[in-house]
Design a binder for this molecule. Structure first.
Ligand code: CMP
Length: 433
C-alpha cells in the first residue's frame, strides 16, 4: 500500500501531470492537423498505458480521513469512485491509437479523442501540492490562472479550426495562429469582428465561446486584484493596519512626536516579525501543538539565556508557554524603582539600563540573554531599581503567579536566580552607602 505523503508518489503524480499537459497540447493539434504531429497516436498509446498504471496505483494509495489513514480497500474504492475513477478510466482509453491503427471506424466522432484531456482535471491538485510549498501561494495561483487560460485558449482554437475549417487556405501554422488570435480576442471580449462565423454551426459555437469568455473575463478581473493583493498578505495587512492607526491618530489629534514614536514602533514590528502577532497565532492552536510551536518560536530565547542552559527539559516546557513576548521602544520604562513587582523579564534582543530611582546612577547595562525583575518577586519587596530600554528591546515577560509556580516546582532554578538576586541587591546597597 502507498502512503499519500510518499515522496515517490508525489513525483509520480507530477509525471502524470506532465503527460496530461503533453496530451492537452498535442491531441487537439493532431485532431486538426494529423500530418504535422504524426507521433501523437503512439504517444497516446504510451500515455494511456501509464494512465492505466496510475489507476492501479490510485487503488493502492491510502487516503486520510480526519487525520487517520484509511486502509480498507472497500472504503478506498468508494472514495476513488466518488472522486476521479470515471474520468481517469475514460482518460485511459487509447481511442486515438485504435482509430489510427484501423481498429475503430473513421466515422467515430472526433470529440471522443479529447477524452484523455480529462486527466487535466487532476493537474491543478498535483501542481498545487508541490507549487504552494515552493513559491508564494498567490503567485502560484496567478501562474495557474494564466496556465488554464492558455490551455483553454489552445483547445478552443483547435475546436474553432474543426468547426470553421480553413476558408482562406492558410498553411497549418498560420491557420492555427489566426484561430488562436480569434480565440483570445473573443475570450477577452474584444471581438474585432474581422473573423466572423458562417452558418448555424459556427454561430452556435461562437455563442458558447462568447458566453464562456464573458464568464471567464469576469472571473479573471474579479480574482486578479485579490491575487495580487495576496502576493504579500502580511505586507498588505500591515499597510491596512498602519493606515487605520494613522487615521485614528489624526482624528484624535495625537501630538506629532507620539505619532512618530508609534510609527517607528510599527516599523520595528514589521522589520523584526513582519507584523505578525505570535501570541494571537498561538492562541488558536490546540494545547499540544501550541507547546511544540512555542518551543520552536522561543528557541532563540532559550538558547540565549544561560539560566535555561542548565535547566531540565520539563522546566523549559513549563515555562515556555508562559513567556509573553513584549516590545519596548527607546527610552521606555520597563520597571520603576519602588513599584510592586508583578513580573520578570528575559532579554531576547536589545539592551536595558539599570538605574537608581533618581536615574542619576547607572548600576548596570543588561543585554540579550540576561534577565531582570527577579528580586522583587523572589524577596517580596518593592522594585530595587528602575529599568529603562536603551533602544528597541524584545523581551519575554513572565508574570508573578507563573514565576511562583515554576520556582516552587524547580528548587535548583530558584536557587540559581536567588544567588544572582542577592548579588545584585548587594551591589545596589554598596552604591547607596
Ligand atoms: P527588581 O528589584 O524586581 O526590579 C529591578 C531589577 O533590576 C531587579 O529586580 C534586578 O533584576 C535588576 N537589578 C538590580 N540591581 C542590579 C544590578 N546591580 N545589576 C543588574 N541588575 C540589577
Amino acid at each position: 500500500m502507498i502512503q499519500s505523503e510518499n515522496p515517490a508518489k508525489r513525483y509520480w503524480n507530477l509525471f502524470i501531470a506532465a503527460l496530461a499537459i503533453l496530451n492537452g497540447i498535442f491531441v487537439p493539434l493532431y485532431i486538426v492537423y494529423p500530418g504535422s504531429v504524426p507521433f501523437v497516436p503512439n504517444l497516446s498509446l504510451l500515455v494511456a498505458l501509464v494512465f492505466v498504471i496510475d489507476i492501479y496505483l490510485e487503488f493502492q494509495t491510502v487516503y486520510e480521513h480526519e487525520g487517520s489513514p484509511i486502509t480498507d480497500l472497500r472504503l478506498r474504492t468508494l472514495k476513488y469512485l466518488r472522486g476521479s475513477l470515471i474520468t481517469d478510466f475514460l482518460a485511459a482509453l487509447p481511442l486515438l491509437f485504435l482509430r489510427s491503427s484501423g481498429f475503430l471506424p473513421d466515422s467515430i466522432p472526433a470529440i471522443l479523442f479529447f477524452l484523455p484531456l480529462l486527466k487535466l482535471l487532476r493537474v491543478n491538485k498535483t501542481l498545487r501540492d508541490v507549487g504552494e510549498a515552493i513559491i508564494n501561494p498567490a503567485i502560484f495561483r496567478l501562474a495557474m490562472l494564466v496556465f488554464w487560460i492558455l490551455t483553454a485558449a489552445h483547445l478552443i482554437a483547435c475546436l474553432w479550426i474543426l468547426v470553421s475549417g480553413n476558408p482562406d487556405g492558410l498553411a497549418p501554422t498560420d491557420r492555427y495562429i489566426s484561430s488562436f488570435y480569434w480565440t483570445i480576442t473573443t475570450l477577452a471580449t474584444i471581438g474585432y469582428g474581422d473573423i466572423t462565423p458562417k452558418g448555424s454551426t459556427q454561430m452556435l459555437f461562437v455563442i458558447v465561446i462568447e458566453l464562456f469568455g464573458a464568464a471567464m473575463y469576469g472571473l479573471v478581473i474579479g480574482n486578479i486584484a485579490g491575487l495580487i493583493a495576496n502576493i504579500d498578505v502580511a505586507k498588505s495587512q500591515y499597510r491596512e493596519k498602519l493606515d487605520k492607526i494613522n487615521s485614528f491618530l489624526k482624528y484624535r489629534n495625537i501630538p506629532d512626536h507620539l505619532k512618530k514614536k508609534i510609527n517607528t514602533y510599527y516599523g520595528y514590528l514589521w522589520d523584526t516579525r513582519k507584523g505578525y502577532d505570535e501570541l494571537e497565532f498561538l492562541h488558536d492552536l490546540p494545547v499540544a501543538l501550541k507547546e511544540s510551536v512555542a518551543l520552536h518560536l522561543n528557541k532563540e530565547i532559550i538558547e540565549r539565556v544561560p539560566l535555561f542552559e542548565k535547566a531540565d527539559a520539563s522546566l523549559i516546557r513549563d515555562i515556555i508557554l508562559q513567556l509573553e513576548p513584549v516590545v519596548f521602544t527607546p527610552g521606555d520604562y520597563v520597571v520603576r524603582a519602588g513599584e510592586l513587582g508583578r513580573d520578570m523579564f528575559f532579554i531576547s534582543k536589545g539592551s536595558v539600563l539599570v538605574l537608581s530611582a533618581d536615574e542619576k546612577t547607572t548600576y548596570a547595562t543588561l543585554n540579550a540573554g540576561q534577565f531582570f525583575g527577579e528580586i522583587s518577586l523572589l524577596l517580596s519587596m518593592p522594585r530595587t531599581a528602575t529599568i529603562k530600554a536603551s533602544g528597541f528591546c524584545d523581551l519575554y515577560r513572565l508574570v508573578k503567579d507563573q514565576f511562583d509556580v515554576v520556582v516552587e516546582q524547580y528548587p535548583d532554578f530558584k536557587q540559581s536566580i536567588r544567588i544572582l538576586a542577592e548579588k545584585r541587591r548587594a551591589e545596589i546597597q554598596a552604591h547607596t552607602k
